[in-house]
Design a protein around this ligand. Structure first.
Ligand code: ADP
Ligand code: MG
Length: 559
């Protein structure tokens, strides 16, 4: 027997679980069933793709047994199981769980909510159990192991016996206290309800022993109780269900059970396509960016199933980079199970599905922009940068898709506007779409360069993201109107800057300008008098393709 300590992060989370006052403790069952389902997915896939393994579909199931006398609830599965190392690796360390990551203390303070809404995998068992025992035998091994823990003190691992491959999770359910009730997690009707609510679409049977009564043999009025095993879930994956049968809540539950995000999805999209190309998909547009969204660690992709069997957890080829925030599943009967990642990349079917998905997401976003502006603006706060990056990164190949989804802050409206809205308000003689670049709206407001444009009554778009100007440089035009920085040399506005006046002033101030130029040496190319300035003594402008701000960004980039 070996006694081990949990790692620090796990310990903190465990504490949180044990002391959780969260009312929806019931989600522990969702978490454990989903782990069992994942484990069966793995062995099922192995069996389907390895002809040396013969298998029987009935061999795959999840069984829940409540034992009131011993206060235990056991969740057994015939999944792939865990080796000793895997028990250690997967259950000893929370950081290994894909479902949760502590980023900062604030999140821990808000911990109750996080746990409540989304669960954190295996450890949620400690919300209802004071001891958790895991007995597992992994595929291809003769040995079985027992992992056991009573919470933060640590855990033990030892050899044990188990007949079939798979995992049993035995929860010693806590005693009721004055404020907290746990007995219900040993009640059939309650367990049945939880399974139906959260795990109905799990593709493997979830079996529960239901107590029934019948007439005693030979008796006419004496009844006896007996147990009958029942499959509780409908086993139809949610994406195969009819849209009409589903409520928004069902999609939200699915989103949470899959750990697609810590938020509520902004939009759920359900596609059932029949015809030459057959597939079902459920897509989610999240509301908030995950903490790692704008980092290298973030991996885009959709879960890919072939006729109900999971073949890839994150199929990147199904999503363009600029929609990398989309989560969901795609299931197609037309994909081969044995397909390798390399072949998949070139698969025609997959490409067609990806195209349809892209179109659908675009259309949905456009609809939200049109019908629910507030919601869209929130979305744009989270993911707008990614859309602008999309315009920029593919050299404008996708500008048709993306340009109408962009929002920029407007000097006139004092809020976010679309390019189309800008155009529709343009004065007749106005030649360009004007923009100004700066760190913040406040700072741009004070830019001397924008005065002339504003005085003309023209609207200016404020670019506060580094990517903004790069993106519109790639767009070049919107509906035939070119973009123009307010700090560019030629603003296309009639000013009093006529050459004759300027020449005169140039001549008069020759010495001053010469001194200024010498002092600033190579930093500037030319000094000119200007009538553009009203409240400011001086401003910088640029003539070439690059604005001053773009040069700043480029200079910051590593070579
Ligand atoms: P996640 O499911 O997000 O990975 P969990 O905390 O729920 O995180 O589970 C951690 C890991 O433990 C799983 O990824 C899996 O490798 C392993 N595991 C948990 N339950 C089982 C099970 N019933 N059968 C096999 N492996 C399991
Ligand atoms: Mg899990």
């Amino acid at each position: 027997m070996e006694k081990r300590e949990f790692r620090a992060e796990s310990k903190r989370l465990l504490d949180l679980m044990v002391n959780s006052i969260y009312t929806h403790k019931e989600i522990f069952l969702r978490e454990l069933i989903s782990n069992s389902s994942d484990a069966i997915d793995k062995i099922y896939y192995k069996a389907l793709t390895d002809e040396n393994i013969s298998f029987n579909k009935d061999d795959y199931y999840i069984k829940i047994v409540a034992d009131k006398d011993n206060r235990t609830l056991t969740i057994s599965d015939t999944g792939i199981g865990m080796s000793k190392e895997e028990l250690e690796e997967h259950l000893g360390v929370i950081a290994n769980s894909g479902s949760f990551a502590f980023k900062n203390e604030n999140q821990i303070k808000d911990g109750y909510d996080i746990i409540g809404q989304f669960g954190v995998g295996f450890y949620s068992a400690f919300m209802v159990a004071d001891k958790v025992t895991v007995i597992s035998k992994t595929f291809g091994s003769e040995e079985a192991y027992k992992w056991e823990s009573e919470g933060a003190e640590g855990y033990i691992i030892e050899n044990t016996k188990k007949d079939i491959v798979g995992t049993d999770i035995i929860l010693s359910i806590k005693e009721n206290t004055e404020d907290e009730k746990y007995d219900e997690f040993l009640e059939e009707y309650r367990l049945r309800g939880i399974i139906k609510k959260y795990s109905d679409f799990i593709r493997y049977p979830i079996k529960l022993d239901i107590t029934k009564s019948r007439l005693k043999e030979g008796s006419e009025d004496e009844y006896e109780e007996y147990q009958e095993e029942q499959v509780i879930n409908s086993m139809v994956p949610i994406w195969r269900k009819n849209k009409n049968e589903l409520k928004e809540e069902d999609y939200e539950n699915f989103y949470m059970e899959k750990h697609f995000g810590f938020d509520k999805p902004m939009k759920s999209i359900h596609l059932s396509v029949d015809g030459t190309l057959r597939y079902n998909a459920i897509l989610f547009i999240p509301q908030e960016a995950p903490y790692d969204f704008y980092t290298k660690e973030y991996e885009k992709g959709l879960e890919l199933y072939s006729n109900g069997v999971l073949i890839m957890e994150k199929c990147a080829d199904l999503l363009p980079d600029y929609f990398s925030f989309v989560k969901g599943v795609v299931d197609s009967e037309d994909l081969s199970l044995n397909i390798s990642r390399e072949i998949l990349q070139h698969d025609r079917q997959l490409k067609l599905i990806a195209k349809k998905i892209e179109d659908k997401i675009k259309d949905e976003l456009a609809l939200i922009l049109k019908n629910n502006r507030e919601e869209y603006e929130k979305f744009f706060e989270s993911f707008g940068k990614q859309l602008k990056f999309g315009v920029y990164s593919d050299f404008g190949m996708n500008k048709e898709v993306l340009q109408d989804l962009l929002l920029f802050y407007s000097s006139k409206e004092k809020k976010m506007v679309t390019l189309d809205e800008y155009i529709s308000r343009m004065a007749e003689e106005q030649k360009y779409i004007y923009y100004a670049v700066g760190e913040s709206v406040d700072r741009i407001d004070k830019l001397p360069q924008s005065e002339v444009v504003k005085d003309k009554g023209y609207e200016i778009l404020y670019f506060t993201d580094d990517i903004d100007e790069f993106a519109i440089k790639v767009l070049m035009k919107y509906k035939e109107k070119e973009f123009k920085s307010v700090s560019s040399g030629d603003l296309g506005i009639e000013t009093d800057d006529n050459d004759k006046d300027n020449e005169k002033e140039m001549e008069e101030n020759k010495d001053l300008f010469g001194f200024m130029k010498d002092t600033l040496l190579n930093k500037i190319k030319e000094i000119k008098p200007s009538k553009r300035l009203k409240n400011h003594p001086v401003c910088l402008s640029s003539e070439g393709e690059l604005s001053i701000e773009m040069e700043k960004v480029l200079n910051m980039m590593p070579d």
